[in-house]
Design a protein around this ligand. Structure first.
Ligand code: AMP
Length: 405
């Protein structure tokens, strides 16, 4: 299918061409026709599948211009980063239309956001807390909303936003088109969807499997004490051009940045303790290639949409296997190739087993000079011989050569 088959209006086709998109992604192909008919939709898809365009394009096509401007579209997202990215998508796909949007999130002063609202906007993209705050102060009214999108619903509930969301939904007009996106559908999320949507079209893209399939995955068994050295060795290879490193804690993220910087690798951290200004700058520097390495915790990284991430490195394995899938989904965006390396210490072997169970595949083990003893005694992945010459990394061989000399 091509974008032509979706019957989008010319200004949208032009914007898509400007973005360089050739064909719609599966979620776009499945959602856009029903959304253009005005149907409600429940989309089971994670970030990275092209779902933002899947909802932004039809909304931009269906929303009539209206002056003076009033808010007709409301998109709720769980994190500031995701809200900002969705805002950017409205700007990019709406480049040849006349709509205005505002992005509303907490953690920064409200002045600039209130000013933008005062000037008049058609679209608001918001995180729940600040939105309610501005509604209560009388800066935002939802009475003219025609299009409502709840994005990353599962994450939203995880983060404890359920009451805020219910409150927001209760203020929406009855007559509206509602869209609901979630990567997973646990019962509580399902129930929320049922309350929000009317006779929705169901669209699911097997994002987890697809994402996992398009990422080359390798695991390094390594003692915790030498993980930083292994990381440095890997980062010194040329083909690791744009690397997102995950740690479990903010403290570890900061320590790692200090270590890398000390060793001449440009790195920055992004996590919940950083100010919004810091986070925005870190992301911008990473996106532009100014910093080669971004060290992140799970929450901070959720929804980061940066093309060209060549490698994701799990400095520590997540204890929730789904987080692994989300993490490695930061690379191999929208069909590109990507690689994920995971460092596994002895006490993380159970996490690795859970991950392999979830993704239903064994992760390739890479031999290396810091290879830890525990690998030899391990079962599952660790028991398999380390393949040579894959994963683009052979320090073990380098090491051997070194010895022979
Ligand atoms: P999303 O899932 O909305 O976060 O989108 C993931 C990435 O895919 C973004 O960087 C988009 O710019 C990109 N993208 C969206 N639709 C397409 C498409 N049809 N072709 C190529 N890239 C796309």
């Amino acid at each position: 299918m091509s974008f032509k088959d979706l019957n989008l209006i010319e200004p949208l086709e032009r914007a898509i061409a400007k973005q360089g998109y050739k064909t719609p992604t599966p979620i776009q192909e499945k959602s856009i026709p029903s959304l253009l008919e005005g149907r409600d939709l429940i989309g089971v898809a994670q970030t990275g599948t092209g779902k933002t365009a899947a909802f932004v394009l039809p909304i931009l096509q269906r929303m009539p211009e209206r002056y003076p401007r009033v808010i007709r579209t409301l998109v709720i997202a769980p994190t500031r980063e995701l809200a900002a990215q969705i805002g950017e998508s409205f700007a990019a796909y709406g480049a040849f239309l006349k709509f205005k949007h505002a992005v509303i999130f907490g953690g920064v002063g409200q002045g600039a956001q209130v000013n933008a609202l005062r000037k008049g906007v058609d679209i608001v993209v918001a995180t729940p807390g600040r939105l309610l705050d501005l509604m209560e102060q009388g800066y935002i009214s939802l009475k003219d909303i025609e299009f409502f999108v709840l994005d990353e619903a599962d994450r939203m509930l995880d983060m404890g936003f359920i009451h805020d969301i219910k409150k927001i939904i209760s203020r929406l007009p009855q007559k509206r088109q509602s869209l609901f996106f979630s990567a997973t559908m646990p019962p509580q999320v399902n129930e929320l969807a049922r309350q929000l949507l009317r006779d929705p079209v169901h669209v699911a893209v097997v994002a987890q499997a697809t994402t996992v399939d398009s990422v080359k995955q390798c695991v390094f068994f390594v003692d915790p004490a030498v993980k930083d050295k292994l990381l440095l060795d890997l980062l010194r290879q040329k083909h690791l051009t744009c690397v997102l490193v995950f740690t479990r804690t903010k403290h570890r993220a900061n320590k790692l940045v200090a270590y890398l910087s000390h060793n001449g690798v440009r790195a920055d951290a992004i996590h919940g303790n950083k100010s919004q200004t810091n986070r925005t700058k870190a992301l911008a520097d990473f996106r532009s290639g100014h910093t080669k390495v971004l060290v992140a915790t799970d929450i901070a990284a959720r929804g980061i949409d940066i093309d060209n991430i060549s490698h994701v490195i799990n400095f520590e394995l997540p204890n929730i296997p789904e987080s692994y899938v989300h993490r490695i989904g930061r690379t191999a965006r929208a069909g590109a190739e990507g690689t994920a390396y995971s460092f596994c210490a002895a006490d993380e072997r159970d996490f690795l087993r859970d991950i392999e169970k979830l993704i239903r595949q064994k992760i390739e083990v890479i031999d290396h000079q810091y290879h830890s003893e525990h690998a030899k005694n391990a079962v599952g992945s660790a028991a398999r011989p380390a393949p040579k010459g894959r994963g683009g990394f052979r320090p073990q061989n380098r090491h051997k050569r070194h010895f022979r000399r």
